[in-house]
Write a protein that binds this ligand. Structure first.
Ligand SMILES: Cc1ncc(COP(=O)(O)O)c(C=O)c1O
Length: 283
């Protein structure tokens, strides 16, 4: 597919379709955590995030679906944050929102802060910000074998957006040795350290478009063109940046001829920007 020095076979793994509210990598990351929370008898989930967090949104939705109480500790104490569409949704499905200052939020993993939360809200199953922990990686490790089954072959390359790293680590954990895993950093100036136990995992650091959640007219243009031409919605924080990067690498002849390249759509469409961006152009 696509004009470039070498044609490749590009596939999109539609994890965005896993569930309308608990979508993409959030479904994967929550799966075993929710089982663990229920098995341990917790009736409350407590987690952390910014006012647009996909993870808060998915946790709130999952809690409501499973009959668990949810508490969202939100970064920033400005009252206006309560008006963000994500927080409005979280509250509408029953999440208790606890705003804390940015300084306090940075301390959220200290035993003192966690003790204070437990004192305030009672005992709860705690999920880290972004949802990445060992059980989350157990969930994201299930993406790779599904890809091979759905393709009927082992892919040459699997591409995925990276925030905390929990999704690519799961992909790398279950990747066959001949499959390269490419993580596209959504943040500027940071990528997880390379891990000798996952030699097939590398990072692309040039497609952050200015930093986390930053956009440029070029990215929004690409996103609109991609959506128009494929009918598949993407969002600007993660999957659009990753796909822009993949297509740029195709144009630069990065992949071998006819390589089977799978890009993972990690969902998160609740945070998608809808902007008029002018007439369409070819990808
Ligand atoms: C839609 C979406 N894609 C990708 C990522 C990045 O995942 P990870 O934090 O596991 O690297 C996130 C953040 O968790 C996300 O919300």
């Amino acid at each position: 597919m696509l004009a470039g020095p070498l044609p490749i076979q590009l596939y999109l793994k539609r994890d965005d379709l896993l569930h309308p509210l608990v979508s993409g990598n959030k479904w994967r990351k929550l799966k075993y955590n929710l089982v663990a929370a229920q098995e341990a008898g917790f009736d409350t989930l407590l987690t952390f995030g910014g006012a647009r967090s996909n993870h808060l949104y998915a946790t709130a939705a999952a809690g409501q679906l499973l009959g668990l109480k949810t508490i969202g500790v939100v970064r920033g104490d400005e009252p206006a944050l309560l008006d963000s569409p994500t927080i409005r949704f979280c509250r509408s499905v029953g999440m208790t929102i606890h705003q804390v200052s940015r300084a306090a939020f940075r301390e959220k993993e200290t035993p003192e802060f966690l003790a204070h939360l437990t004192q305030h809200f009672g005992s709860a199953y705690i999920l880290p910000e972004g949802g990445t922990n060992d059980l989350a990686i157990q969930g994201t490790a299930e993406i790779m074998p599904e890809i091979s089954t759905q393709l009927g072959a082992t892919p040459d390359v699997v591409c995925c957006a990276v925030g905390t790293g929990g999704t690519v680590w799961g992909l790398a954990r279950s990747a066959p040795p001949q499959t390269a895993v490419l993580g596209f950093m959504a943040l500027k100036g940071w990528s997880p350290p390379l891990d000798p136990s996952h030699p097939n995992l590398t990072y692309q650091t040039d497609y952050h478009f200015g930093g986390y959640a930053k956009t440029t007219p070029e990215l929004l243009r690409f996103m609109a063109d991609f959506e128009d031409q494929t009918g598949i919605l993407i969002e600007q924080v993660y999957t659009a940046k990753m796909l822009y990067g993949v297509l740029d690498l195709v144009r630069n002849g990065f992949f071998t001829e006819n390589a089977a390249v799978v890009a993972v759509h990690t969902g998160g469409l609740q945070g998608r920007l809808r902007r008029p961006v002018g007439p369409p152009r070819p990808l």
